[in-house]
Write a new protein. Structure first.
Length: 170
């Protein structure tokens, strides 16, 4: 932008950046924030994952994005619960100077961090128990029954039949 155009608009240069450029950058930032919030509030993580997988993006990328979006919603719910709990105990989070506010939020951030790690561990354990693998899309291993399984099933059926006859017939 040349100085002649800036003078015509009534803008001044402050340190090499015009007021018009600053207003434009502020508008861009607000537009990005508003559109991002609208996107997150209107689209569920499942819809986003389905849309990305329909574009044939790598499975690892789509799965990781879906997990992170679900984890974000869990963290936000946990944050609200912890903040309400600390407030009910008498902690004043929004009073005092900036340094004291930051110190007060330590009692919210640390439990939130611990709960997030616990949730991540539970998720990893559940994925391991279901033999999940990022390399294969089919995550469940199908087990085959062995002879001992058939023996246990048959004996339990016989015991059930005997118990039923004993209770209802005699």
């Amino acid at each position: 932008m040349n100085t002649l155009a800036a003078k015509d608009l009534g803008c001044r240069y402050n340190g090499g950046i015009s007021v018009l450029t600053g207003a434009f950058m502020t508008f861009r930032l607000l537009l990005i924030v508003i559109l991002s919030l609208a996107f997150v509030s209107f689209i569920t993580p499942v819809e986003l994952v389905n849309a990305l997988s329909s574009f044939r993006l790598p499975y690892k990328l789509v799965f990781t994005l879906g997990l992170s979006l679900r984890h974000i919603s869990t963290i936000s719910d946990e944050y609200v619960a912890i903040k309400e709990g600390q407030t009910s105990r008498g902690l004043e989070l929004d009073k005092g100077f900036l340094v004291s506010r930051i110190k007060n939020y330590n009692s919210v951030v640390l439990p939130l961090l611990v709960r997030s790690i616990e949730n991540a561990e539970k998720l990893v354990l559940a994925m391991e128990l279901k033999s999940f693998s990022l390399n294969n899309r089919r995550r469940y291993s199908v087990g085959k029954l062995k002879s001992i399984d058939y023996l246990v099933i048959t004996s339990m059926a016989i015991i059930l039949i005997i118990f039923t006859v004993k209770v209802f017939v005699w």
